[in-house]
Ligand binder design. Structure first.
Ligand code: SF4
Length: 189
């Protein structure tokens, strides 16, 4: 994981340039809806922990993100526990690690949920719309959509990485946090 702390006021920018599409989708859904269901909170929350967001910042981030739907008291009651929980500060104090692609790809995603891997879980039209909104042009679109359709999710993700960074990753990226670390290495070199 990242050993450098990531300030939460940078997450909007980072989501556009250094997040893999699964985490960008969760971040954008959270900003749009002021809410994420439990599986989405877990997938995104553990990723944030992995990129160096501290527990204090994570609590602030989720409280602000939920503020249109839950006031401070409601947040404390309904959600703060789970944030502390995946930092290993509540319950059995398990120190959860961020999910890898395999786990994310094999998760089940219901209506109104945004976790999972977009290359696996979005239908072609929704994926096309999402990629267009991320600035992927038609010249790369068909290749990514076809890779996703053929079940080559990692290759679709690798192509997305290449498009976003104007160069391919130096190695296969099998974990959203590895994607982030590789992106930061390229963009800050
Ligand atoms: Fe996220 Fe992995 Fe899917 Fe890429 S392949 S979008 S990193 S789950």
């Amino acid at each position: 994981w990242s050993t450098i702390a990531t300030p939460i006021d940078k997450l909007n920018d980072l989501s556009k340039i250094s997040y893999p599409l699964c985490m960008r989708t969760l971040h954008e859904a959270l900003c749009t809806n002021s809410h994420l269901r439990n599986s989405g909170r877990m997938q995104y929350g553990l990723f944030l922990k992995g990129i160096g967001v501290t527990l204090e910042d994570a609590l602030r981030f989720w409280r602000d993100a939920f503020s249109k739907k839950a006031d401070g008291v409601a947040f404390e009651k309904k959600y703060a526990y789970s944030v502390k929980h995946y930092f290993g500060k509540e319950g059995k104090q398990t120190n959860y690690t961020p999910y890898g692609c395999q786990k994310i790809i094999s998760s089940s995603v219901g209506p109104g949920e945004y976790h999972g891997c977009p290359f696996r879980h979005m239908d072609r039209d929704s994926l096309c719309q999402k990629l267009t909104s991320c600035g992927v042009f038609a010249s790369n679109m068909t290749e990514i959509l076809d890779l996703a359709k053929d079940g080559q999710y990692h290759l679709a993700c690798a192509k997305y990485f290449e498009v976003m960074h104007n160069k391919p990753a130096s190695k296969p990226l099998l974990h959203p946090n590895a994607y982030f670390v590789e992106s930061r290495a390229i963009l800050t070199e």
